[in-house]
Every structure is written in C-alpha cells, then in structure tokens.
Design a protein around this ligand. Structure first.
Ligand code: NAD
Ligand code: 89V
Length: 343
C-alpha cells in the first residue's frame, strides 16, 4: 500500500501519544506539524524528527499536499480547523470533544459531507482492547440479549496536572471523560432514546462538575447506568480503567478492576485477563489509552484505503455528542431528555 502523507495540528500534551502511534502505523506517516505555540512545535518536531513545521494552519494547508490531517488541539479550535480541512479537500481526524456545542458539531459534519471528505472523531476509548473483548463476547451470543448495563469510571487520579485546562471550564467530567463512557455505552448497547442525569462538584478547586450519574434507555430495549467520578479515592487507584457490568437473557459479563473479564453464559463461567499490551513507547497507567490511540489511527488509515466509513465518523459521533448535551440539560432540569429531539 502507498504511504499516505499526514499532518498533525496541535503539538500539546496528548498529541505526543498520537505521534508515537503514527510512527508505528502501516500505510501513513506524518510529514508536517503545526502549533501556534512555537515552543511546543519545536519540542514535538524535534522529538519525532519532522522538519516541515508551521505556526499557522492556513499556511500549512496552502503549502503542503496532504492526504489527511490529524487535529489534536483543544475544543475551541476544532470547528475552524475541521472546516479549513474540508475547504482544502483534506480528510480529517478531530480529537474529542468534537465541538463546543451540538450545532457546531452538526455544521462540521455537514461541511465535510458537502466537500466529500472523510471525517473521524478521535473517540478512542471503544478501541481499548478490554472494551473490544467485551464487545466480542456480546457478538458471540454467549450471554444472549443484554437487558442491563453499568459502565463505570470512578477515580481520584489528578488529571489536572497534565491537563490544567480541565480545572477551569464550566463543564468538566461529562464533556471530557463522560463523552468516552457514553460512547462505550452506545458501542455495547446501541443508540439511546432518553437520558436522565445528576451531577455534583466535590473538588472545590475546579470550576466544573466532577461527578455525573446517567440513566439511559437504549432503543433496543436495554437500560444502562453510566457513572463517572474524579472524586472517588479508592484503595487501589483504577485510572484509567472503565469497569463494565452487562446482564443478558443467558448470562452476564463483568469487566472488573485489574482488567479481569468474567463471563457467565451458555457454556459456563470463564475468567480471563484482558490487560492491554504495554506498547514500547507507552507508560503505565496510560498504556490502556495509548494502545487505543494506535488502534483508532490504524482504523482511520484502513478506512481511507478501503473507502469504508470510520466507526466513529463525524456522523456517528453526533449521537454520542447528543448524550453529552442531554446530560447537561437533564442535570439542569432534573428531568428526562429525549435524544431524538436533539438530533
Ligand atoms: P494541550 O493544551 O496540551 O495541547 C493543545 C495544543 O494545541 C497546544 O499546544 C496549542 O498551542 C495548540 N493549538 C490550539 N489551537 C491551535 C490552532 N488553532 N492552531 C495550531 N495549534 C493550536 O491539550 P491536550 O491535553 O493535548 O488536549 C488536546 C485534545 O485532546 C483535547 O481536545 C482533549 O480533550 C483531547 N484528549 C483526548 C484524550 C483521549 O484519550 N482521546 C486524552 C487527553 C486529551
Ligand atoms: O481521555 C481523555 O479525554 C482524558 C482523560 C482520560 C484524562 O479524561 O482527558
């Protein structure tokens, strides 16, 4: 396969993972990097030996012939950069959260559709190998039809040291972390018809909510609870593990802390260690997330080569983003929110 030429925009905290992963991806390489912060541009350009560097994305699009662009900036610049890529006919990956509002997200999807360019949201949590292992058990039919799910992320990890902006926004855990966990709920149990939410702020030093509990009706009939907390101090810190309970007509799945997967189903009970691999450039405890970055980036390149729509395309991600909007609206009103009314 011919190697595709990509560019990275945004050389910050998380982009370093993406650059490590791009080095290992078959069929693509990063030929240019861009950051409006000259120091971050220098650090990442030097670390990954990329000579073509830009402090202005428009200048990069004008000068480079790109097969795709990977937007790894924070949410405020996503719409401008995705629409710039669409205007230049360049396929684009955009980090989560995709946009500040659902109407921005819709406009971004429309801009790419009108320009005929593929768009994928870097919604990587569903690509974690323990989550893929749960999906594989569901697909095998071992537990029958799922009727209940609990997808849970509870931690006391200090995320603010690496990502200080997380402490300052009016929205925090649902927009930053809950978005991943809500996407996992959709990935496992299908699209959602209604959502009820409660939130709380326990840490007085931050501006947004750090606890969220969401109850959802899935269109296929299952009920799920998605619960997230960064105010939960445990004996053994689980960050960044997502724990899962699924009950089906013929059995159960439990993904417990320590990546222990217990399946009780039609053929009895099996317990497996589904720990993610520690990639050569990865470090604990982030290795779970880092592995999923490599997986989603390889998926993007495979999709570009085959013409297939990425699993977390812009259009797909509108349905996850709608759950974020619904959670904030539902927490404010304390009533259920109908998801179709938002889409
Ligand atoms: P960061 O602030 O460390 O880095 C963002 C970089 O983008 C900065 O260097 C900034 O100068 C640059 N930038 C901003 N606007 C720009 C523009 N218009 N043109 C060029 N450069 C621009 O942020 P981060 O922690 O790396 O987060 C980046 C994104 O990644 C966020 O959306 C965050 O939610 C997401 N994230 C995702 C995961 C995941 O697992 N998917 C994990 C962490 C962060
Ligand atoms: O994955 C993320 O979006 C990160 C974190 C795991 C810290 O929430 O911001």
């Amino acid at each position: 396969m011919e190697s595709l030429s990509g560019a990275l925009i945004g050389c910050g905290f998380f982009a370093v993972n993406q650059m490590h992963a791009w080095r290992d991806i078959k069929g693509a390489s990063i030929v240019a990097v861009c950051d409006r912060n000259a120091e971050r541009l220098r650090i990442v350009g030097d670390q990954f030996d990329v000579a073509r560097r830009y402090t202005d994305a428009a200048a990069m699009f004008a000068a480079e012939k790109l097969d795709f662009v990977d937007v790894a900036t924070t949410v405020g610049s996503h719409r401008e950069l995705v629409e710039m890529a669409a205007a230049h006919g360049v396929p684009v990956i955009c980090q989560k959260p995709f946009a500040p509002t659902l109407s921005d997200a819709r406009a971004m999807v429309e801009a790419c559709q009108t320009a005929g360019v593929p768009l994928m949201v870097h919604e990587n949590f569903r690509w974690q190998s323990p989550i893929q292992a749960v999906r594989a058990v569901l697909d095998s039919g071992e537990i029958g039809t799922p009727f209940f799910g609990r997808i849970s992320f509870r931690s006391g990890y200090d995320v603010f040291s690496g990502q200080p902006y997380l402490a300052t926004g009016k929205r925090f855990i649902i927009e930053d972390l809950g978005i991943h966990i809500l996407d996992i709920a959709r990935f496992l149990l299908g699209d959602v018809s209604s959502l009820t939410a409660r939130t709380a702020r326990i840490n007085p030093a931050i501006a947004g909510e750090d606890v969220a509990t969401m109850l959802m009706d899935h269109a296929g009939g299952a009920t799920s609870v998605v619960d997230c907390s960064y105010a939960t101090k445990l004996a053994v810190e689980p960050f960044p593990e997502t724990l899962i309970e699924l009950d089906g007509s013929d059995g159960t799945i439990r993904l417990a802390q320590g990546y222990r997967l217990t399946v009780t189903g039609k053929t009895g009970t099996k317990v497996n260690d589904v720990s993610p691999p520690l990639l050569p450039w990865a470090s604990r405890p982030w290795h779970n997330i880092q592995e999923s970055v490599a997986a989603i980036q390889q998926h993007w390149i495979d999709c570009l080569a085959s013409g297939q729509e990425p699993a977390t395309s812009g259009a797909d991600n509108l349905k996850t983003f709608a759950l974020v909007e619904a959670a904030y609206a539902g927490a404010a009103s304390r009533g259920p929110v109908q998801i179709d009314a938002l889409l």
